[in-house]
Design a protein around this ligand. Structure first.
Ligand code: C5P
Length: 233
């Protein structure tokens, strides 16, 4: 089983309010330490923002907005989340650079004392081939290490990276949270993800939390949660 503090963030990737309610209802009472991650799909939907604002604090709400812009704009965007006092985590792109990350951290501290800012490194949907297509010449691992080191200097609270980089990041960002998406239960399809692994592999590699979407929310949610629990034993 995972350690007590290891969190399983369920990616609530839908614009349908009834589907979100169903996901929460069927997962919240599991013995796992569950949190809920909302991306732009739901946040931008008609009822998204107001629904998120009413969720209880114990739901460990993560707003996965993946902000990346000039420092002033990112800072102002975070100030605009002031009313969402229940949000615990917010993502920004590490590739936005040092000044942007520092501005985001400062804005978060002023906006909501409990808000933790996480740096998203190379998305788990990238392969070595597709990252090179964007102009990078280094390997994904080297880029992730460089970005995570920068996020540490900017005093961010955590790093989002794939399970393949988690071990190296753990040695650099010892006191930071390391959260790993690209998680699939045994036998599930990768879909658009490239750097995937199972929940237990990610935890073994040092992840403090994992993000799991389609492997839980597609099909029978209760059965999927049981499969997840069994896989962690
Ligand atoms: O369905 P699946 O488990 O692939 O969903 C992964 C979730 O994690 C999505 O919400 C996606 O936006 C998010 N994510 C990711 N890779 C990152 C950061 C976040 O897949 N590097």
């Amino acid at each position: 089983m995972t350690r007590k503090n290891n969190t399983i963030f369920v990616a609530c990737d839908t614009s349908s309010l009834p589907k979100i309610k169903k996901i929460i209802k069927l997962t919240k009472n599991s013995p796992l330490n569950i949190g809920y991650k909302f991306g732009l799909e739901f946040f931008n939907s008609k009822h998204g923002r107001s629904f998120i604002s009413k969720l209880p604090k114990q739901h460990m709400v993560w707003l996965d907005l993946k902000l990346k812009d000039i420092p002033n704009t990112v800072s102002s965007s975070i100030h605009s989340l002031k009313d969402l006092t229940n949000v615990r985590y917010l993502t920004i792109h590490a590739s936005g650079g040092m000044e942007m990350m520092q501005a985001a951290k400062q804005a978060a501290a002023k906006t909501n004392k409990k808000l933790k800012v996480l740096a998203v490194t190379v998305l788990t949907s990238f392969s070595e081939k597709s990252i090179k297509q964007t102009g990078h010449t280094k390997s994904i691992k080297k880029i992730v290490i460089q970005q995570a080191s920068l996020a540490k200097k900017a005093k961010l609270d955590g790093i989002v990276c794939s399970g393949y980089e988690a071990k190296s990041i753990k040695t650099i960002c010892k006191k930071m949270q390391i959260i790993t998406p690209g998680i699939r239960l045994e036998g599930d399809l990768k879909g658009d993800q490239q750097r995937v692994m199972t929940p237990s592999q990610a935890f073994q590699n040092g992840a403090t939390g994992i993000v799991i979407g389609r492997s839980i929310t597609n099909g029978n949610i209760k059965k999927n949660i049981q499969k997840l629990i069994a896989s962690l034993k």
